[in-house]
Write a protein that binds this ligand. Structure first.
Ligand SMILES: [Zn+2]
Length: 243
């Protein structure tokens, strides 16, 4: 009898070994475990950089940037202008006192320059676009302050199917090529000695941001000038945000 019960016990043990192991948790085997809660998604990053400042109406006879100010603000740009309100009101390039605001950003006795500087102190630019028109220009071009940056070339390349940029643009003694004037670091250093600061130069010198003076022919129809400035601003933002 003893031997038989040992055999039976061994058989039961062997049979037990072939049984499925019990489910580790205390859920019934035929019920799927509750799904774990999904981790909360990260809030989406803004699609574009939000530190792009656009200035308008520095020269009052070049109003197309100022005329798209509200549209630019609706698109999320930080916009200021007109920088020269008297000039815009009277259609004049210069300030009421006869000075050129875009040569006056090193001066401490120019209230219009100080208004722009204060705006920039409160809205520090990562990139600045100053919208102009060239009354004598025959084709659009950009002036870039920011010698180590290739953004100006990338903007022109991105838009060259839409616009015939000036092949040989020139700003004073500084010559550019294929739609872009890009003073070297040496030229920018010389400009500092001269104390003749444009808005774009002041922004680069003060905040280290690349800046552009955006130029198109003043003889273009108003709608074309406005559309061009809008295209440059949107293209610059897209490319700058990809950096
Ligand atoms: Zn101008």
């Amino acid at each position: 009898m003893l031997a038989r019960s040992v055999v039976v016990t061994l058989l039961l043990l062997l049979a037990g070994c072939s049984q499925p192991q019990p489910v580790a948790n205390n859920q019934p085997a035929n019920v799927a475990p509750e799904p774990k809660p999904e981790p909360k998604p990260e809030p989406p990053k803004p699609k574009y950089r939000t530190d792009i400042v656009i200035t308008t109406g520095v020269h009052g006879n070049e109003p197309s940037g100022y005329l798209i100010k509200d549209k630019l603000a609706d698109l999320g740009f930080i916009v200021f202008g007109p920088c020269n309100p008297w000039g815009i009101e009277h259609g004049k390039r210069h300030l009421q006192d006869g000075r050129d605001l875009n040569r006056s950003f090193a001066l401490d006795d120019c209230p219009e320059a100080e208004a722009v500087r204060e705006f920039l102190r409160n809205n520090k630019p990562g990139l600045l676009l100053d919208l102009h028109e060239d009354p004598d220009g025959t084709a659009p071009y950009l002036i870039q302050n920011g010698p180590e940056d290739d953004l100006g070339r990338r903007i022109v390349d991105a838009l060259k199917d839409e616009y015939d940029f000036d092949k040989e643009p020139q700003w004073g003694p500084i010559k550019g090529e294929d739609g872009l004037i890009k003073p070297t670091r040496g030229m920018l250093g010389f400009q500092k000695l001269s104390k003749v600061y444009s808005l774009g130069y002041y922004a680069w010198l003060t905040y280290g941001c690349t800046s552009f003076t955006v130029e198109c022919p003043g003889t273009w129809p108003e709608e074309q000038r406005k559309a061009y400035h809008l295209r440059v601003c949107e293209t610059a933002r897209k490319l700058f945000s990809e950096n």
